[in-house]
Design a protein around this ligand. Structure first.
Ligand code: S3P
Length: 433
């Protein structure tokens, strides 16, 4: 059990490079493993979540070498995975379990996917149901992990309308579709991150995208290539909010992924009046990157447009801190999915904001936050072991006159292992004990 003590700080400066994108790092291991040939990955996220995926593929017989954030994957081809010795432990990682269940449902061997306490409470029927429609045999603990997958099934392609806007579910079905007879199509109710589609194309697999429908035909091959992982916009978001709320700030985040399915946080902060500009936009390996400069800003509360919700789904804990420092009310609706992330991010954030004296009202699918002043904390903030809750409340220290204590910050390691070091180098004052 570890905690942060984030002491008051009011200025932030520097050129910062945050670690590699988590979603792209996961996919680089999965698709690199299933490719023919050697895939070299640079900028890989050395966080526990991406490492859970890496270890799982090693356990299935893939030779993967790592030297810091450089990873070399000796691909075994689409049918080259071997039965692991025991259950695959995916730790805290929803992306690992949901995407891998699509791949594993189609293997010749049985396997079991397990996770930590938080992952073991997260809903899996959203992947189990469509995979069963494809012919998979999967047992679960009442729709939650562990997942026991029976191998040796022949999958058939399906045409699936996603009931929730979820890139994990879309990706799971498309990955199972690589092995299925015929065409697999997924239609999404709103755009979600498209890293799977982009990477499949980069590895030579044809994905047909028509508006909100993605289709592929099973039975093809993936060819190894080089993958450069850009900086993660979700990790960058903590620094965007930090600079926007800090009394004195001017920072530039270098080489951040600005894939249009991920930039909701930029749109939301700009709608709130953030002093945020993009420069040096470029494309690397099918993904868009930019440098993002953020300076101290006068923020105003807004009603967040619902169409931005899936495009900023991981950034709301940080956005709630921005809303707490804005003039007026910020309203979020249409964001029920936040309740089934690593924690119930609506309730857990509301509880933390209560401790800091910020008026808020919890809605079934969102929250109303009345901008104000952070008061002396009435107790310790409980992160419920959710990495993004921990980092969000650490950022609040830029506008609080008292130290903020945050409990259960161990899982910051899942997505942003050098968060404290980078935050302190920019001017924050966080210690971990
Ligand atoms: C992810 C998709 C999102 C996101 C998660 C990563 C991915 O989950 O919250 O952190 O890499 O596909 P959902 O698909 O559940 O929205």
């Amino acid at each position: 059990m570890s905690k942060f003590i984030a002491s008051p700080a009011n200025s932030l400066s520097g050129n910062l490079k945050v670690p590699g994108d988590k979603s792209i790092s996961h996919r680089s291991i999965m698709l690199g493993s299933l490719s023919h040939g050697i895939t070299k990955v640079s900028g890989f996220l050395e966080g526990e979540d991406a490492l859970s995926t890496l270890k799982a593929f090693q356990a299935m017989g893939v030779k993967i070498e790592r030297d810091g954030d450089n990873v070399t994957i000796h691909g075994v081809g689409i049918n080259g995975l071997k039965k692991p010795q025991g259950p695959l432990d995916l730790g805290n990682s929803g992306t690992s379990i949901r995407l891998m269940s699509g791949i594993l449902a189609a293997q010749a061997f049985d396997c079991e996917l397990v996770g930590d306490e938080s992952l073991s409470k997260r809903p899996m029927n959203r992947v189990i149901n469509p995979l069963r429609d494809m012919g998979a045999i999967i047992d679960s603990n009442d729709g939650k992990p562990p997942l026991k997958i029976t191998g040796g099934q022949t999958l058939k392609g399906i045409d699936y309308d996603l009931p929730v806007a979820s890139a994990q579910v879309k990706s799971c079905i498309l990955l199972a579709g690589l092995y299925a007879d015929g065409d697999t199509c997924v239609t999404e109710p709103a755009p979600t991150r498209d890293h799977t589609e982009r990477m499949l194309k980069g590895l030579g697999y044809k994905v047909r995208v028509n508006d909100n429908q993605m289709c592929l035909t099973g039975g093809g091959d993936l060819k190894a290539t080089e993958i450069q992982v850009p900086s993660d916009i979700s990790s960058s978001a903590f620094f965007m909010v930090a600079a926007a709320i800090a009394p004195k700030a001017d920072i530039t985040l270098l080489g951040v992924n600005i894939n249009p399915t991920r930039t909701g946080v930029i749109d939301i902060l700009q709608l709130m009046g953030a002093n945020l500009t993009l420069s040096n936009e470029r494309e690397i390996g099918g993904e868009l990157l930019a440098d993002i400069r953020i300076q101290s800003s006068k923020l105003t509360g807004i009603h967040i447009p619902e169409e931005l919700v899936p495009l900023a789904i991981d950034e709301f804990p940080a956005v709630f801190i921005a809303a707490s420092c804005a003039t007026g009310e910020t309203i979020l609706t249409g964001a029920k999915e936040l309740r089934v992330k690593e924690s119930d991010r609506i309730q857990v954030m509301a509880d933390g904001l209560d401790i800091l004296g910020i008026d808020n009202e919890v809605l079934e699918d969102g929250i109303k936050i009345q901008g104000g002043v952070f008061k002396e904390p009435t107790g310790m903030i409980e992160s419920h072991h959710d990495h993004r809750i921990s980092m969000s409340f650490a950022v609040a220290s830029l506008r609080c006159d008292y130290p903020i204590e945050i409990n259960g910050v161990d899982n910051v390691m899942t997505s942003f292992p050098n968060f404290v070091e980078l935050a302190n180098s920019a001017g924050m004052s966080i210690i971990e004990i």
